[in-house]
Design a protein around this ligand. Structure first.
Ligand code: C5P
Length: 408
């Protein structure tokens, strides 16, 4: 059906702004200005209470769109505005979201246009609470907020400060600039949207006998953080992990392995079966394994015990030397000569990006500093929690990946 509403919307960069009753409604006007300036299409829907605080004409003049208010027989050209409006946007943002409206959302009530289209939506919903501090702290509101978060609703703010009523406390709606940033983030396409990333993580375990083995002190924290950051960037992620004590992220495919040989097998099988765009080899793979693993527990004796070790395959080099390899990223933990070792490893393994850090700082800890080596030289990443670094690394890798693909 071609009607008035269809002219207004293009889902990627369009927001349905729901305004409910609160003094903070004036901030929604400023937010509308920021959004329209950035070429977002903004469709405003106001509740009756919102109109006690601010007139529809403010939004109408900024957005160039009619403001919808009525569920029945009112202002929308479409006979089913509660369905139609929510189908045409990438995001619904309720700002300000009053305690009453939050309660209605939490219980799925639909007694006006805005609450009805929230219930009928098939796009993400974001709420920016704004209310007196006692109303915010009330257990009923807190229960409702928890319920919304559980339902996948994005709750932004509130923040603490002086309130319209003169009291000071939690409940102020976020400023327009902060809401604008939240909308941008919610509507931004992930850097690796539609890509498949393979990550290896943790140590490998090389058996000596039935109960003993060679392992290293890799915790898996960095690899798991990278896998999570890749997911957050929109990628499908396969995680091949050695033994760790961590809860793995909710990746597309999780594969547990023990030894380097098993890791190699699963990595090559994954690459053969699936089109992998990026391979991030974070695992601390054992360079050697025992030549002959004893099936029985080796008994103690007066004699010296010598274990013969043979070299393990280098998984990363194996992948990067394939005819059409994925974009490969290596990690190197060094105890000395970090820069020289990293540059040499990057060249020997024929990989575009190598991330290096100090063993003393990185292994097992929650924070580390990193240096990334790529075609442009060395980039220092200051010490930070591994989750933060992982996000920055994924952004950096996305940039390098795009540059390489554009040069092909
Ligand atoms: O151990 P090394 O410092 O050479 O590790 C550098 C990179 O090579 C890491 O990304 C690691 O995952 C990878 N590697 C590998 N197979 C090995 C040894 C290391 O894939 N046998």
């Amino acid at each position: 059906m071609n009607n008035k509403c269809d002219e207004f919307f293009s889902v990627g960069k369009s927001v349905l702004l729901g305004v409910t009753g609160g003094v903070a409604a004036y901030k929604a006007v400023e937010l509308t200005r920021l959004l329209t300036q950035a070429e977002y299409i903004v469709q405003t829907v106001m509740t009756e209470s919102a109109r006690q605080f601010i007139g529809p004409i403010s939004f109408q003049s900024l957005t160039g769109q009619p403001v919808f208010t009525e569920l029945w027989g009112g202002d929308a050209a479409n006979p089913m505005p509660h369905i139609h409006l929510s189908r045409q946007v990438g995001l619904i943002l309720i700002a300000p979201a009053s305690a009453n409206f939050i309660a209605k959302l939490a219980y799925g009530l639909a007694d006006d246009l805005l609450s009805t289209l929230c219930l009928a939506r098939d796009c993400p919903l974001m709420v920016a609470p704004a209310m007196n501090r006692q109303m915010w702290e009330n257990p009923a509101t807190q229960r409702n907020i928890a319920r919304l978060q559980n339902d996948g609703v994005i709750v932004v703010g509130p923040e603490s400060g002086v309130q319209a009523c003169g009291e000071t406390g939690m409940g102020r709606m976020l400023e327009a600039e902060a809401l604008f940033a939240a909308v941008q983030e919610a509507l931004s396409e992930g850097l690796f949207q539609g890509k498949h990333i393979l990550v290896t993580a943790g140590p490998t375990y090389e058996a000596i006998d039935a109960v003993r083995g060679i392992i290293n002190t890799s915790s898996g924290k960095m690899g798991y953080a990278i896998a999570q950051a890749a997911l957050d960037a929109g990628a499908r992620v396969t995680l091949v992990t050695g033994p760790t004590c961590l809860k793995p992220p909710a990746v597309t495919r999780l594969i547990h392995v023990q030894s380097a040989q098993e890791m190699l097998n699963m990595v090559t099988a994954t690459i053969a079966e699936t089109s992998i765009d990026v391979f991030i080899s974070v695992a601390a793979v054992a360079d050697y394994r025992v030549a002959s693993v004893s099936q029985q527990k080796i008994k103690k004796s007066d004699q010296k015990l010598t274990l013969e070790l043979i070299q393990n395959p280098d998984i990363l080099s194996h992948v990067s030397s394939q005819p059409d390899p994925p974009f490969c990223v290596g990690f190197a933990a060094e105890t000395d000569n970090l820069e020289q070792n990293a540059i040499t490893k990057r060249r020997q393994k024929k990989i575009p990006v190598l991330v290096a850090n100090w063993v003393q700082e990185a292994m097992g800890s929650n924070e580390t500093a990193l240096t990334v080596f790529d075609n442009e030289g060395a980039h220092a990443f200051e010490k930070a929690p591994k989750q933060i670094l992982a996000k920055r690394l994924i952004e950096h890798i996305a940039l390098q990946y795009r540059q390489q693909r554009n040069n092909i």
